[in-house]
Design a protein around this ligand. Structure first.
Ligand code: AMP
Length: 375
């Protein structure tokens, strides 16, 4: 099937066209500045879709699209699997807007734009939170009064689920076992970063929480901090917007070094950059140790996404902190570039360390085709 995969943000729309059977990428693009027609951007998501359609006419040469798959950030407690989109599903996604105020409304705008243009097109929502619906209560519940959960849905949801599900399957395949038997720790290290504990193919803990801010040191996000820092700063006169900007866009590697991009930090190799990498790798190593316990002994550690797949230096920093687990990296294997799943640990390592490239668009295309076929 030919699947149009849409990742719709508030001011941008990313798309890819994939053949779900072969995995081949037939087209891709990015429409930016939605809502900024003064600077040449489309006025809204419907107009952005007009531009996508124009671009697709050129690249697909008349091949029709069979279905559209949408990346939807928040599926709340309701969605544990990809679903065929109906009006009721759109309303359910909109009810989750308070949990993802920047993302879910934009995802819905993308869905509505497609429905307006192609009313009969099957559309599927693939949720970033769905893979983590298997978290046990002791992992998803925060130690706060129950009314916060009941009234506001405050709990751990976890994100990057589409990537973790895909990487679980491909890591299991590399180890020659079914995904349902895979037990290990997966680190998705991109601009956003999170780590997940997988036991028998199911997510049982993950570092992102109520929002994608918790957990690891990220490109521009702080990850874990003492929540009292927010109270302190608010008493010091920081507004809600100030705190949001500070923790989501001005912290993490950017806050520590001035750069959010791993490559720039590795290239500069100064003391400030080195400390930032120490902080980030130490944080990740602590999570890996904790999740090793959570899964009852990992059988693999897997790196994925921009940094996880490409930065051998960062992988080395992390694994060098794991000697207590008996895990050792093979320098030559680790430093070899390569785009396919591979093992980078030594034979003595207590369990294998893997690099498994993620491909969220392929995962969304596969899931979309599966839902449409079974509908
Ligand atoms: P993603 O969000 O998955 O696209 O990952 C983005 C991050 O990956 C950025 O911090 C990039 O600097 C980092 N990255 C991409 N390629 C490399 C590379 N060759 N070496 C180090 N970091 C890289």
């Amino acid at each position: 099937m030919i699947i149009l995969v849409i990742n719709s943000g508030s001011s941008s729309l990313k798309y890819q066209v994939r053949d779900s059977g072969t995995g081949e990428r037939l087209a891709n693009g990015l429409i930016e500045r939605i809502g900024d027609s003064a600077h040449g951007g489309p006025a809204d998501h419907t107009e952005a879709l007009d531009r996508v359609t124009e671009q697709l006419e050129a690249s697909l040469q008349g091949r029709p699209i069979d279905a559209v798959g949408h990346r939807v950030v928040h599926g709340g407690e309701r969605f544990s699997e990809p679903v065929l989109i109906t009006n009721e599903i759109i309303r359910a996604i909109e009810r989750l807007n308070p949990l993802a105020p920047l993302h879910n409304p934009a995802n819905v705008q993308g869905i509505r734009a497609i429905a307006e243009r192609w009313p009969d097109m099957p559309q599927v929502a693939v949720f970033d939170t769905a893979f983590h619906r298997t978290l046990p209560e002791h992992a998803w519940r925060y130690a706060v009064p129950d009314e916060l959960y009941k009234k506001f849905g405050i709990r751990r949801y976890g994100f990057h689920g589409t990537s973790f599900e895909y990487v679980t399957r491909h890591a299991a395949a590399l180890l020659g076992m079914p995904a349902e038997e895979f037990t290990g720790v997966l680190a998705h290290l991109g601009n956003g970063a999170s780590v997940t504990a997988v036991q028998n193919g199911r997510s049982i803990d993950t570092s992102m929480g109520f929002t994608p801010l918790e957990g690891l040191v990220m490109g521009t996000r702080s990850g874990d901090i003492d929540p009292s820092i927010l109270l302190f700063l608010s008493r010091e006169g920081y507004s809600e917007e100030d705190l949001d900007r500070l923790l989501n866009r001005e912290s993490g590697l950017k806050g520590l070094t001035g750069h959010n991009d791993m490559r720039s930090i590795e290239e500069s190799s100064d003391a400030v950059g080195t400390m930032a990498l120490d902080i980030a790798s130490y944080r990740l190593a602590k999570y890996i140790g904790g999740y090793h316990v959570a899964v009852g002994g990992s059988q693999a550690l897997v790196f994925t996404a921009g940094i996880g797949e490409n930065s051998w230096r960062f992988r080395e920093r992390v694994v060098n902190r794991l000697a207590a687990l008996g895990v050792y990296i093979d320098d030559a294997e680790n430093q070899k570039p390569g785009g396919s799943p591979r093992e980078i640990s030594t034979e003595e390592s207590a369990f294998p360390v893997l690099v498994v490239p993620t491909d969220e668009e392929a995962a969304i295309a596969e899931a979309t085709a599966a839902v449409v076929v079974s509908a």
